[in-house]
Ligand binder design. Structure first.
Ligand code: SF4
Length: 255
């Protein structure tokens, strides 16, 4: 059994997992999308809105602004934090951005990006509101999901029978994932884990190439929207699975 990290930064995590059942790895993927909680705006109190956009539309847009969710909130059952927006246009049109949302109770709970447009104000128009962020899960509403990508695929095995093939250049050009490269006149699969099994290369040279799946080996890839770091999403996903299995076990013990 082995877990190898193939790619890791704050927003991306790709790991190769061998010797564990696909169902477990798929469970990790699904929990990452729909069970790991994040904070998002759930309620909005409008104090003033003289723009042309209805309150409901503005509230909906605010709900879709991803908010940084410090790890301490993952331990909580519920949390409510206020952010305020107070913007006005003077003599020219003003775009109000997510960065205009100001956190009140916890300065760390702020928009992942300051550049998400919320509304345009014409001269002399104002908007003033209180937005209440709550903890929630992606299974309730996708605004709470911390992942923009959460996928599992079999680990690709790429076999090149003749590295000196005269179709090498065509094979390199056919691959949309830049798997192949020509090094010193030899065709090599330099980036095999990027393969998506699209079979475009096989259309060029089916005799020379074999693309297969490594038995019992899978690649799990997570991309975070930014509320949490990618590694924290997977770690929380695993700990939630363990927690749910413990509960399940307790239920079975009662039999
Ligand atoms: S199957 Fe598709 S992605 Fe994989 S190596 Fe061939 S062309 Fe590239």
């Amino acid at each position: 059994m082995a877990v190898d990290v193939l790619e890791k930064d704050k927003l991306n995590l790709t790991i190769k997992i061998e010797g564990y059942p696909l169902d477990l790895i798929n469970g990790l993927r699904r929990y990452a999308m729909s069970e790991v909680p994040t904070l998002a705006v759930e309620d909005v109190v409008f104090i003033e809105n003289s723009s042309l956009v209805y309150d409901e539309i503005v509230a909906h847009r605010l709900g879709l602004v991803p908010l940084k969710t410090p790890k301490k909130y993952l331990e909580m059952e519920d949390a409510q934090l206020m952010l305020v927006l107070d913007a006005s246009a003077e003599d020219s049109v003003r775009t109000v951005y997510s960065g205009d949302l100001v956190p009140v109770e916890d300065k760390e709970v702020k928009p992942v990006s300051n550049e998400i447009p919320i509304i345009k104000l014409a001269p002399k128009q104002n908007i003033k509101l209180e937005a209440y962020a709550r903890l929630g899960k992606g299974k309730k509403h996708s605004k709470y999901s911390p992942t923009s990508k959460s996928i599992v695929k079999p680990t690709p095995l790429i076999n090149i029978k003749n590295a000196k093939t005269d179709k090498a250049k065509q094979i390199v050009d056919s691959c949309p994932r830049n798997v192949f490269e020509i090094i010193n006149g030899n065709l090599v699969a330099k980036n095999p884990y990027a393969c998506t099994f699209c079979e475009e290369c096989l259309k060029v040279d089916r005799e020379n190439l074999e693309i297969s799946e490594k038995p019992g080996s899978y690649i799990l890839s997570i991309e975070s929207i930014g509320q949490l770091e990618a590694k924290d999403i997977i770690l929380e996903s695993a700990s939630l699975i363990i927690k749910d299995l413990d509960e399940f076990n307790k239920g079975l013990e009662a039999l």
